[in-house]
Design a protein around this ligand. Sequence first.
Ligand SMILES: [Zn+2]
Length: 494
Amino acid sequence: MKNIGLKSVAIATTALATTLFTASAQAEDTGTAETWLEEGARVVAEKAAEPVNTKRAKNVILFVGDGMGISTLTAGRILEGQMQGKSGEENYLSFERFPYTALVKTYNVDAQVPDSAGTASALNTGSKTRIGVINTAPTQPNGQCAGAMETALTPLAHYAEKIGMATGIVSTARLTHATPAAVYAHSPSRGWENDGELPEEAVANGCRDIAQQILNPIGGNGLEVALGGGRRNFQPLGTGEGRRKDGRDLTQEWMASDSSAAYVENEQSLAQVDIANTSRLLGLFDNSHMQFEAQRGDEQPDLAEMTEVAIKMLQKNDGGYYLMVEAGRIDHGHHGGSAKAALYDTVALSKAVRKAMEMVDLDETMILVTADHSHVFTMAGYPKRGNPIFGLVTGPGETEPTLAKDGKPYTTLAYQNGPGAVQGERKHLTEEDIAAPDFRPQALVPTRSETHGGEDVGLFAIGPRAHIVRGTIEQNVIFHIMDYALDLRKRASE
Ligand SMILES: [Zn+2]
């Protein structure tokens, strides 16, 4: 029964592409009643026959699309399909074919609409906590160091390391940013990314900045691989754009931590890493966040390349591994009101998950894909099938854009708030306007940065014990799903 999940996913994609596209190429992508009926029955037969794998998982990979709400998934899958010359709606992102899904409630204990720090803490520790904190207890005030370490939450990587599993992080954001930080650090404030950010109270009470904690042993020998952005928080003032005031160069300390540890700074040197003979690998590809996929040059690897190297590093360990991969900039695209930046990064996540599925045995590796929270991003109007996802709404059977009550066209994608808000009269948008790389779809409420959305996000699961992923769950339950799949804390307490 090796790779049963992967095989059925691959077959499903091919079958769908063939049925829908050959049937619809001539006739406006409608398919026929027969092709829809056949395809629907085939999906049900496949689901009815799906075997349940109750074995213990050896490895777990948790993918987090930061800010990847449901509307981002839908628009992202249409973009991915349209990039392949298809009409788009029939496409599935790589993980949308996983056999098990659930809806996830994302609020923080003190916030109806959450941030990435509180949510990443829930994913990694099994307990919800406050907005803006990394792995501190829900009772601990945000930004207060006194008492924080005594009540700190224990992250999954601690238990994993304790039983000899390998651990790793990949992110297109700074490795000190909220989501990756929750894998390896504790901090009463997500803002304490380097020592220069710590207030006096924090220093006096012994709190440490997030970057230096990447060298922590966590529970065993520490992270085996860490790839992403944020170099400035690891290097001292005076070295490049280094911001550390304590004079420490954490990249050097990483190298010194083991005789076969390695540190890389660009795509070329990442490709040349001698994986078999490297015990610990740190890659910092940007001073701050890595580039958006839509603007990525040839100096920086994409999310799939980093994921591939990380899995190769971790697969060397016979005792299994825990890897968290974050598509960190979907969130930043949305915050800037740029649907293009957000959606191309969503497609990059789909590619990274596909790469992981090719590399692992899904009979022994659980893969989870989720988001930490949503955004106020919508897909609206009645655009016709295959209408360009970044385009103006043009209705079925129409050739000219649909006009709003003010006599002006509008885009399918829009935001409830953000920097794309139009104060006063709306502009009469042209095809040229919307084609510009920096075009922002219209927002309603003018805010400096577009905000997170508070509705549920999806969780997609495949692999051993993934069948427990169902229903509507609190976000901290995702930790417990991974714990259950690995028998992790049980093994760690033996
Ligand atoms: Zn955000």
